[in-house]
Design a protein around this ligand. Sequence first.
Ligand code: PLP
Length: 380
Amino acid sequence: MIGIKRNVLLNPGPSTTTDTVKMAQVVPDICPREKEFSSLMKGLREDLVRIVHGDLEKYTSVLFCGSGTLNIDVCLNSLLPEGKKILVINNGAYSTRAVEICQYYGLPHIDLKFDVDKLPSLSLVEKTLKDNPDIALVHTTHNETGTGILNPIREIGGLAHRYGAVFTVDTTSTYAMRPIDIEKDNIDFCMASAQKGLMAMTGLSFVIGRRSIIEESKNYPKRSYYCNLFLQYDYFEKTGEMHFTPPVQTIYATIQALKEYWAEGEEAKWARHTRVFNAIHRGLDELGFRDVIKREWQAGLVVSAIYPDDPNWDFTRVHDYCYERGFTIYPGKISTTNTFRLCALGAIDESDIENFFKVFREALERENVEIPVRYEDDEK
Ligand SMILES: *Cc1c(COP(=O)(O)O)cnc(C)c1O
């Protein structure tokens, strides 16, 4: 339509977008304080809640200008009452980021660490809640994007609620891909940014959660000015606008992306991501690559593969060969193992993955990497 080169992004976001979403940003200049613009944002906010099947009476969404990490910051700094503690259930890089946010704000917290390739122990979570009645907020990550492991949020949320804590979940890498039901999944707050599951552009992030808790948080300590959930919510409710300048063009792109989301449908979209994910596994299996995470624990969106033990393997060179041919692969995010990632998000399908593996195999052949790839313990 517009002749923009189509790249297949296999990195964990931003994702490949459609041309219609790209083009939706090209609009007449508008001041975002105009009524025309705030009416667009009202529909957008409601759609964001509908994606997780939230009841609009109970749940709302609050928009921010920034990348996805901003949401973690907002939830943790805004939703902790005075004298209370946060429990972070941490088995990966994004929960570690939440712990760092607690450290930067000086928020009392417990960093309950688990191995990055293991599911958290629910009995240990429960024991921690029982032993620390001052925990008012439990936080974890749905799909730990660094490895692709899926955490049992419904069970963790059930425990949080049993012990009277609010449950916040980083759903940045599942939202609008893997179906979520905010109420059934025991989530009080979840979050995402427009450039991942929604397949829109960078610059817009949002928190979706319980109105009553946001209203209660009015009296909690204010630890940030720009990143306070209640202040942003309250301004929206009173004026229909974002407190500060919104990412105007990204909002137009997101509204188009939402149209395309509803047209594709939750189930069909998840089926497409699953097709892509399975094709990634097929391709890696054929080449002999190993996964970091047990197959049945994977969230179905990120595959984290281990570097082969081949002196000719050079991730950067393989990356560059693929990149020059329109395919972007991504390094891993585990400190203990060398890995790379292939992700199933974005406006791509099975045939893109098949085309990718032709190029990827060529890259390995050119580098004289042995196929199937070798691992040191193969010979043992
Ligand atoms: C992408 C992502 C984020 C946000 O990262 P930004 O670089 O700030 O956009 C947060 N959490 C998870 C789980 C993610 O996958």
